[in-house]
Design a protein around this ligand. Structure first.
Ligand code: SF4
Length: 650
């Protein structure tokens, strides 16, 4: 079996944390890039014309840990009001650098660039109106479009240069211009090209105070786009700081896990100089999450300790998702969905004890109700289960206990390497073999015969790096065809402004994210409290788009453009649709930017005006001017008419 091995051109090392050195960009008194710390930022949700409200929220965000604060400037009026906001902040001694967020309004950008420390533009809509059209361009007509953009964008670059204002070129997967889509498609490469067109104009004006971002709500696309951009910058030697973020990540647990998977995977590659975690929650709640993810790689752990030898060869293609090719062993590996193994400790005595791992028993009707979060395998150690597990769930026991079972048919053994080497007895279908730092070498030199699923248990905080090294060695030795399960020892550290549940989720996602997004795993097994571990494991697979077990909400974090209460509306839509496994619903606060931002949602609920909603199927508007009070029912009708509605279980 041929395993493609590419030299990465996007990272310095794959088996230890080594941050890529970028240009230093000055944003007020807080520079980004180079050796500066990874900066934390967020965005206000107030109306920009509400000067005092925006000042108050900015102060709360700074208190929570934001080092930059972004404020939307949808028109010249709001851009001008940034001066009052800035002056009000200075009056109370707050010099936090402000960033104006611009979509579609170059005139507002040119005003804001004279007031604030940085302007963010979206190359997909700075000088283009999106019509969702595919146009055939000749080289000449494409060049004339570039000339038009050059003329439209150059005045802003000159103003930034004159005023010492930094610029973020912030490409979003969902809002690529029709021109880019026509030539490069809706791809990571299209996102990179979209930014490079604008970067080249800046460079033509000798302006290098740039920060670049490549956001998407799809963690796979996002990670691939940033890597691709970094590889292009490393080629040219002009390496601008990168702002990382998963856009429209959603709320609560889903948003945190998605952000930690996307941002954490890139930080692990040494990519990223400033981050924004984008949650459908109060903006003050974003900074602690961002800080936790950054600390995971740069602070509290030992990620900075290099391994003896730097690993520079990646298994698979870092710029396009593919699952590592493995043989199927029973229901693991091959084309099977990634599996979840959960542990129950203490072991179950009655059927009801299985609830924390997603398996509910209805004693009145004497039947199991399988939720989408029912684990695939249940590890019971040395405690034989006193009742029959639900059909579809299999038990795993330590080898010595399994060996004594009378009925071994639906139970599988977990071997240590010495046990496997000394005992020829195997299950005919599936055997688990746990490999640790101490035993992986033995397996490398003396692999054993049998239908194995390898359980990689790195037992340290550096799971990403350790497991990458192991898989690289396995693949290089032609022993890479066994399915692999990551057994992760989740060791959160305490951060007082996050719940212990959030700390657990963020740690697990930061440790496992890159391995999942690189398609290296066939399953996951988290330690920790059963309910948390089981739920988080499914959350990780969903956030990496590997196994959909719930509805996905692509909800914007809201900003000064928002036309309804995002948190309340998201909660209401969730309460009625959360049983629609695999359906992706976009909930966007405004029609200016929303439809583009919810790139790969199946359905969209978009604020079109005060009290007015438009509904989308994909990127197509299917119903407009719906009064808010009827909009959720209409959304459900739309899903029903498409044959994708299911009645919720009573
Ligand atoms: S989609 Fe949401 S966050 Fe984006 S501009 Fe509109 S209201 Fe603001």
């Amino acid at each position: 079996m041929q395993i493609p091995v590419l030299n990465p051109h996007y990272a310095y090392a794959l088996n230890h944390y080594r941050r890529i050195h970028t240009k230093v960009v000055h944003i007020g008194d807080i520079p980004v890039g180079g050796d500066n710390p990874i900066r934390i930022q967020s965005m206000t949700t107030t109306d920009t014309l509400d000067t005092q409200g925006t000042i108050d929220q900015t102060l709360r965000m700074v208190d929570a840990g934001c080092e930059y604060v972004r404020i939307t400037a949808p028109s010249i009026k709001e851009a001008e009001n940034l001066k009052l906001i800035r002056d009000g902040l200075h009056k109370v001694g707050c010099k936090v650098p402000l960033i104006a967020d611009i979509h579609f309004t170059p005139n507002a950008a040119e005003v804001a660039a004279r007031i604030v420390e940085k302007v963010r533009i979206n190359p997909g809509n700075y000088a283009d109106k999106k019509k969702f059209e595919t146009i055939e361009y000749t080289d000449a007509s494409y060049q004339s479009e570039l000339d038009r953009i050059y003329n439209r964008f150059s005045p802003l670059v000159k103003i930034c240069k004159e005023n010492g204002t930094a610029l973020r070129i912030g490409a979003n997967h969902g809002s690529l211009s029709d021109r880019i889509l026509s030539r490069y498609g809706d791809t990571p490469n299209g996102m990179v090209e979209s930014a490079l067109e604008f970067i080249r104009i800046c460079e033509d004006h000798n302006f290098d105070q740039l920060v670049v971002s490549m956001k998407s709500s799809n963690t796979q696309v996002m990670v691939q786009a940033y890597r691709l951009l970094m590889s292009r910058m490393l080629e040219t030697g002009r390496i601008y700081p990168l702002h990382l973020g998963v856009t429209e990540a959603g709320e609560g647990e889903d948003g945190r896990i998605k952000s930690a998977i996307g941002i954490g995977s890139l930080l692990a590659d040494g990519i990223g100089d400033t981050i924004r975690v984008s949650l459908t929650e109060a903006p003050e709640s974003e900074a602690p999450v961002a800080k936790y993810i950054v600390d995971h790689f740069t602070g509290k752990s030992s990620y900075t300790e290099p391994e003896a030898e730097t690993l520079t060869q990646v298994v698979g293609n870092p710029y396009a998702f593919s699952r590592r090719s493995t043989s199927q062993v029973y229901s693991i590996g091959g084309e099977e969905l990634p599996r979840v193994i959960s542990t129950l400790n203490p072991p179950p005595l009655v059927e009801e004890d299985l609830k924390p791992v997603g398996l509910s028993f209805d004693r009145i009707n004497d039947k199991w109700n399988m939720s989408e979060l029912g684990c695939d395998f249940l590890f019971l150690g040395n405690h034989p289960c006193p009742f029959m597990l639900p059909n579809g769930t299999r038990a795993i026991y330590n080898y010595t206990t399994w060996n004594l079972l009378k009925d071994q048919q639906h139970s599988y053994p977990l071997f240590t390497y010495p046990e496997a080497a000394q005992n020829p007895n195997r299950h005919a279908e599936l055997n688990f073999l746990v490999l640790t730092q101490e035993t992986i070498e033995e397996w490398h030199h003396h692999p054993l015969q049998g239908p194995w699923c390898l359980v990689l248990a790195p037992q340290n905080l550096q799971a990403i790096y350790t497991v990458r090294t192991w898989i690289h060695t396995l693949s290089g030795q032609g022993k890479g065809h066994w399915p692999l399960i990551l057994q992760l020892s989740v060791t959160p550290y305490e951060q007082h402004d996050l719940t212990s549940e959030a700390q657990y989720q963020l740690t697990a996602a930061s440790q496992a994210g890159a391995l999942l997004l690189d398609g290296l795993l066939d399953g996951i097994w988290l330690d920790g409290p059963a309910h948390e571990a089981n739920r988080t494991a499914f959350g990780l697979l969903q956030a990496a788009r590997l196994r959909m077990t719930r509805t996905e909400y692509i909800s914007c974090p809201s900003c000064g453009r928002t036309l309804f209460d995002l948190m309340e509306t998201t909660a209401m839509i969730r309460s009625r649709t959360e049983h629609l496994k695999g359906v992706k619903i976009g909930i966007m606060g405004c029609i200016v930017n929303g439809p583009g931002e919810m790139a790969d949602a199946d359905y969209g609920y978009v604020g079109a005006g005060p009290g007015i909603i438009s509904l989308y199927r994909g990127q197509e508007m299917v119903e407009k001017a719906i009064k808010t009070e009827f909009a959720v029912d209409k959304l459900i009708d739309l899903i029903r008419n498409d044959g994708r509605w299911l009645e919720p279980a009573s």
